[in-house]
Design a protein around this ligand. Structure first.
Ligand code: 2HG
Ligand code: ZN
Length: 463
């Protein structure tokens, strides 16, 4: 190990697992954005809170930046290490530490994969309700760092709602035990909530206590084909009024083409421009009849052109795949992504303006939309044409993002709904947060991380 800083780290922590092979640097230095060339100094894989703490203290003394790292499924570059940082991977700290049946909490290490959290909760007859397609590879620490949302937000809210306590190591190397699982705690600033969504810039999550809840009643999954965009919010209002929704997701015909080409099964014959996958409580016959009645009403009104209801778990999974498989089906194209939100009531007006903007600004470019329309959250994936160079493509997308940010600002929306700001959306933070807010955010960062060792350059340019 030729680097003197790494030699010092090994001297402080002789048992620490450190990786410096080029393959490892590349693997751990990037996330799903694939836009930056990974170039970390090394990868540290601590196995305990004490090791994390010692690494942060070392980083302060040696002036080394740390990139906290979970499953690296992020889409905003929050876990990218492209500037000689030390990647602090929490993947070895991946155990369930405790289940408390009275508190209904599960205490876990940060590197645990979301799917393993789901399985552990289920093994106790409960659920951890935050869920999304990356469940098999994302980690709970990363979910907390980005306040991850997903497909059940409409029913259960974001990650924020489910964190009863966190232990973090601040940029100073201090261990904070925040909220300790309390349901009620009116004792001043809630630093737990401040940590959630801070993208690794205030502290490193080293343990989390998750709230669990009862499993939802039996549900049904429906796929609907819609004739136009206006119908989308009509169907949403109707279904929300008549049914108890667990999810309400939409995608376009272009998105469907990609998932089908990627191996998913077609569920509705014919071509329609928009589709909805919805899941709702269907406890008894009355609830199922209500769903059919809602569907028929939507058909009569002309808001829905066709639909299927899953008759088995396998069919429900196949319908879900049409929505959840979209990101993976596009991944090889390395799309430029926008992840925006407005209040639900502002969706129709925003969609109209956004549609016009995208049609005008991307005339020759394929744009795929989908998302959590019931939360006012849209994902826009822009695909680079083969004959357009990467740099020119990104420049064009950045230009459109600026216009989109201005449109969002007019509608009171956000440039990042659930993926975080990271590196990708850093330049647009001002469209969502006021100058006064950003100044305070920087001030808070200084308090928790005075030397700026935690994920510098993410969220906002340091300085
Ligand atoms: C989803 O909703 C994820 O599937 C990914 O947030 C969205 O790939 C995307 O743009
Ligand atoms: Zn999403």
């Amino acid at each position: 190990m030729s680097d003197a800083r790494l030699a010092e780290l090994t001297r402080c922590l002789p048992g620490l697992r450190l990786l410096t092979e080029p393959g490892d640097l590349e693997h751990y230095g990037r996330d799903w954005t694939r836009r930056w060339t990974p170039s970390p100094l090394a990868i540290a894989l601590p196995a305990s809170i004490e090791e994390v703490q010692a690494i942060v203290r070392w980083a302060n003394l040696q002036h080394v930046a740390i990139v906290p790292s979970g499953g690296r499924t992020g889409l905003s570059g929050g876990a990218v290490a492209a500037n000689g940082e030390l990647v602090l991977s929490l993947e070895r700290m991946n155990r369930v530490l405790d289940f408390d049946a009275v508190d209904r909490t599960l205490t876990v290490q940060p590197g645990i994969i979301l799917q393993a959290v789901h399985d552990a909760a289920r093994s106790h007859g409960l659920i951890y309700p935050v869920d999304f397609a990356a469940r098999g590879s994302c980690s709970i620490g990363g979910n907390i760092a980005t306040n991850a949302g997903g497909i059940r937000v409409i029913r259960y809210g974001n990650t924020r709602e489910w964190i009863a306590g966190v232990k973090v190591i601040t940029g100073n190397g201090e261990l904070l035990e925040l909220n300790r699982g309390l349901t009620k705690n009116s004792s001043g600033y809630d630093f737990r909530q401040l940590m959630i969504g801070s993208e690794g810039t205030l502290g490193i999550v080293v343990e989390a206590t998750l709230r669990l809840t009862d499993p939802p009643p039996t549900s049904q999954v429906m796929l609907l084909a819609l004739p136009d965009m206006d119908a989308l919010m009509q169907v949403f209002a109707l279904f929300r009024a008549r049914l108890t929704l667990q999810a309400f997701e939409f995608f376009t015909d272009r998105a469907l083409e990609h998932v089908l080409a990627h191996g998913a099964q077609r569920a509705i014959e014919g071509d329609y421009p928009y589709y909805v996958v919805t899941e709702f409580d269907a406890t008894d016959e009355r609830a199922q009849d209500a769903a059919l009645a809602a569907f028929e009403h939507a058909l009569e009104q002309g808001w829905v052109s066709d639909g299927v209801i899953a008759q088995s778990d396998a069919q429900a999974a196949a319908l879900w795949r049409l929505r959840e498989g979209i990101t993976e089906s596009l991944a090889s194209r390395r799309p430029y992504k926008n992840d925006v939100s407005v209040r639900i009531s502002a969706v129709p007006a925003f969609l109209q303006e956004m549609q016009a903007l995208l049609a005008r600004e991307y005339p020759q470019i394929e744009v795929v939309w989908f998302g959590h329309i019931g939360d006012g959250n849209l994902h826009i994936n822009v695909l680079r044409p083969d004959d357009l160079a990467e740099e020119a493509f990104i420049a064009q997308c950045e230009h459109v993002t600026k216009l989109l940010a201005a449109t969002l600002q007019r509608h009171g929306g956000s440039i990042s709904a659930e993926h975080g700001i990271g590196l990708v959306k850093r330049a647009y933070l001002e469209s969502t947060r006021s100058a006064a807010e950003i100044a305070l955010m920087r001030g808070v960062r200084k308090v928790f991380d005075p030397n700026g060792v935690l994920n510098p350059g993410k969220l906002f340019a340091d300085g």
